[in-house]
Ligand binder design. Structure first.
Ligand code: UD1
Length: 419
């Protein structure tokens, strides 16, 4: 087990390169199940979730190898259609194999993901959508058992805009017989990245980038090479970190268009932002103005950046409101931040944040983005902090301590027996 030891008070400056998007990679990788052959995914982040997905696909017969940021996947010899609990419990995105498996092989056995650290996360929309496409679905012994004699196109309206459900249904509909219309589909950049990959593989999809996707099923798809999009959440984390330390940082290899909501809020809080090509520079030399956020589906403020923004607002002179409308109970970072001296009160799904004086402490957290928020708070807390359970961070941030140290942070990864 590793922990981070952070000495607060260093100003961040310099440049940092953002890795490929975790969530897009986890959406793209299972598509190798839709066609036999050799795929290459460039700009793949070297993170634990990618290893988990590689292991899961490996158990199905896909040969996966990460060389630098190029992920090689050979799906010529698929031997199993099952996603076991051991892998799914480590990573909910394992459910992304369901759509491709049922579409190509007519059967799938995928463990139900269960709850997660920030509340219930059902998969009812995934299952309802697949049933509409003609899959027979039963739940037995904690597993989703799906089978079909052939999927057929259907009209599917999502009651809630869901990234995962849109991805799963889209990746099944591409091989269905006939036309599928998805309405209130998620339009997150990761969904668009998936749709673009599928088109490259030979799928016919209209409305990419909108919430209405029309898919005309094709008989077969083929293996391709693809460039992954940059990680907008990692980028937002570094932009906020720079602003919190009153630093000046150039964040490279990003798609600024994907970060419009975050950039707009950073400006509202008083940061100077300059966007040039695929780089964003951020500079801040004073305390932020109190700035409320409410998370929303894309292009709104992402729930995955809520915790980091909350940490930022602890430095404001005044109070701000942080509301999460996507995951109402995603506030596990709050009690840990309180250990650092944060003044926060909860009212349902809103955190009322007061400007606070932070001092170092030992903290831990139960999920990926909450851990990132604790790092940011520790960077500005007076004295030394320890962040336990770094494995959450390793799931989704590539070498975060090296990137932060490169910008001047005092942060060290240390082996520990503590849990
Ligand atoms: C994805 C992201 C996650 C991000 C989330 C919201 C991946 C691997 N993860 O998760 O980082 O926080 O989008 O942007 O891409 N819902 C249902 N029934 C369903 C599915 C979802 O009620 O069948 C609800 C969820 O509980 C949640 C909302 O829909 O309240 C949105 O969730 P969804 O977009 O599906 O999130 P994920 O795809 O799981």
């Amino acid at each position: 087990m590793d922990k981070f030891v952070i000495e607060g008070g260093q100003r961040l400056s310099g440049r940092v390169r953002i890795s490929g998007a975790k969530n897009a990679t986890l959406a793209l990788m299972p598509m190798v199940l839709l066609a036999p052959g050799v795929f290459r995914l460039h700009n793949t982040p070297n993170i634990r979730d990618v290893w988990t997905m590689s292991r899961l696909l490996g158990e199905m017969g896909v040969h996966c190898e990460l060389n630098g940021d190029e992920l090689f996947l050979d799906s010529s010899n698929i031997t199993s259609h099952e996603a076991p609990y051991e892998q799914v419990k480590k990573m909910r995105a394992s459910i992304n194999v369901l759509g491709p498996l049922i579409a190509r092989y007519g059967e799938a056995k995928v463990s139900l993901p269960g709850g997660c650290a920030f509340g219930p996360r059902p998969v009812d929309l995934h299952l309802k959508g697949l049933e509409k496409l003609g899959a027979e679905i039963t739940i037995e012994n904690g597993y989703i058992l799906a089978k079909t004699n052939g999927l057929r196109g259907a009209k599917i309206h999502f009651d809630i805009s869901s990234v995962g459900a849109t991805e799963n249904i889209l990746s099944a509909a591409v091989l269905a017989n006939g036309t599928t219309l998805l309405t209130n589909a998620a339009l997150e950049p990761e969904v668009t990245a998936l749709a673009r990959l599928l088109v490259k593989m030979g799928a016919k999809i209209n409305g990419i980038g909108t919430n209405m996707l029309e898919i005309e099923g094709v008989k077969e798809l083929h293996a391709v090479e693809e460039e992954n999009i940059p990680d907008r959440i990692e980028a937002a984390t570094f932009l906020i970190a720079a602003a919190m330390t009153r630093g000046k940082v150039l964040v490279e290899n990003v798609n600024p268009y994907h970060l419009t909501a975050v950039i707009s809020k950073l400006e509202e809080a008083g940061c100077s932002i300059d966007v040039t090509g695929n780089c964003i520079s951020v500079e801040m030399d004073e305390a932020p103005r109190p700035t409320d956020i409410t998370t929303a589906t894309y292009p709104g403020f992402p729930t995955d950046s809520q915790a980091q923004w909350l940490a930022f607002m602890l430095l404001a002179d005044g109070s701000s409101r942080i509301t999460d409308t996507i995951y109402h109970t995603r506030f596990h970072h709050v009690p840990e931040l309180q250990r650092l001296g944060a003044k926060i009160e909860m009212a349902e799904n809103t955190a009322l944040v007061q400007g606070s004086v932070l001092s170092g402490a030992t903290v831990m957290s139960a999920d990926l983005r909450a851990s990132a928020c604790l790092i940011l708070a520790a960077l500005v807390a007076e004295g030394r902090s320890e962040i336990l359970r770094v494995y959450h961070l390793d799931r989704g941030y590539e070498a975060i301590e090296k990137k932060l140290a490169g910008l001047g942070a005092s942060i060290e990864r240390v082996k520990t027996e503590e849990y």
